[in-house]
Design a binder for this molecule. Structure first.
Ligand code: CP
Ligand code: NVA
Length: 300
């Protein structure tokens, strides 16, 4: 594994190895055991979109690992004024030991990896959000043991989160069901891959998708960059919500996960969100541990 560009690039063994490492790093952090595996190393963090969790968890993660992290807003970089990504990649490769990038186009992340000579980590694109889903898998495994055979259900927009959940779920042997409006389905090629490689269904019926689920996921109806569509999306996605009826259709002890930020009474009710807040904020915490594991695997 040279980069983390998308989860379908990773083998099942590589994903499980990251989760094992993340568990170990979480233990070390909680018990005050030093884990400076990246002493003297520097991570550049390029952001073309906003972030709370990704920015803070990568920055603190590098500090924990004995290295340093640089916040690089695209607005302040020459890349924001049109300097080609292939030149940016070659320059930054001479200063840094790794780059985390949050941007719009998956192609930009792939281009950085192609033209640079250091590990590239995808911190979210319009296509996928692999770091988040590694934290999600860690959280489910932590609370439920094995991932294989568990049913995950995603309700809402077939967006970056949905794509990465499909990839991560299928890779780890989970059953994956998605409920979304027809015109907002996940990536077509990915759905084909999922159906060929595991137990995957995609439907319009949220209760059918949620039936007997072990874990329910959702995400915002309008992602970053789609702000102008927000009102129209509210109409399309009305009904694609995790609420009491959806929870009742799932297993009695179902977990609920949300990558955050959450829009209460849109994709999830306040009541369900607060009833599962403990699991949701553990999921947010696990971003730190899972990403530290990724950095150790790629940069140590
Ligand atoms: N879930 C997530 O990636 O959060 P941020 O946008 O705050 O980084
Ligand atoms: N789908 C959301 C995820 C945020 C973490 C977005 O892209 O804005």
């Amino acid at each position: 594994m040279n980069h983390l560009l998308k989860l379908t690039d990773l083998s099942t063994a590589e994903i499980l190895d990251i989760l094992d490492t993340a568990d170990r790093l979480k233990y070390q952090k909680k018990h005050g055991i030093e884990h400076h595996y990246l002493k003297g190393k520097a991570l550049g963090m390029i952001f073309r979109k906003s972030s709370t969790r990704t920015r803070v968890s990568f920055e603190v993660g590098m500090y924990d690992l004995g290295g340093t992290a640089l916040f690089l807003s695209s607005q302040d970089l020459q890349i924001g004024r049109g300097e080609p990504v292939q030149d940016t990649a070659r320059v930054l490769s001479r200063y840094l030991d790794g780059i985390m990038i949050r941007t719009f186009d998956q192609e930009e992340v792939e281009a950085l990896a192609e033209h640079g000579s250091i590990p590239i980590i995808n911190g979210l694109t319009d296509y996928c959000h692999p770091c988040q889903v590694l934290a999600d898998l860690m959280t489910v495994r932590e609370r439920r043991g094995d991932l294989a055979g568990q049913k995950m259900c995603y309700i809402g927009d077939g967006n970056n989160m949905c794509n990465s959940l499909i990839a991560g779920g299928i890779k780890t042997g989970m059953k994956v069901s998605v409920a979304c409006p027809q015109e907002y389905a996940p990536d077509a090629e990915l759905m084909k891959w999922a159906a060929e490689n595991g137990a995957f269904t995609c439907t319009r019926n949220i209760l059918e998708a949620a039936a007997d689920a072990d874990v329910l996921f959702t995400d915002v109806w309008a992602s970053m960059g789609q702000e102008s569509e927000a009102e129209q999306r509210k109409k399309v996605f009305k009904g694609y919500q995790i609420n009491d009826a959806v929870v009742a259709a799932a297993k009695p002890d179902v977990m609920v996960q949300h990558c955050l930020p959450a829009h209460r009474e849109e994709e999830i009710t306040e009541k369900v969100f607060e009833a599962h807040a403990d699991e949701i904020f553990e999921e947010a915490e696990n971003r730190l541990h899972a990403q530290k594991a990724v950095m150790v695997k790629l940069m140590a």
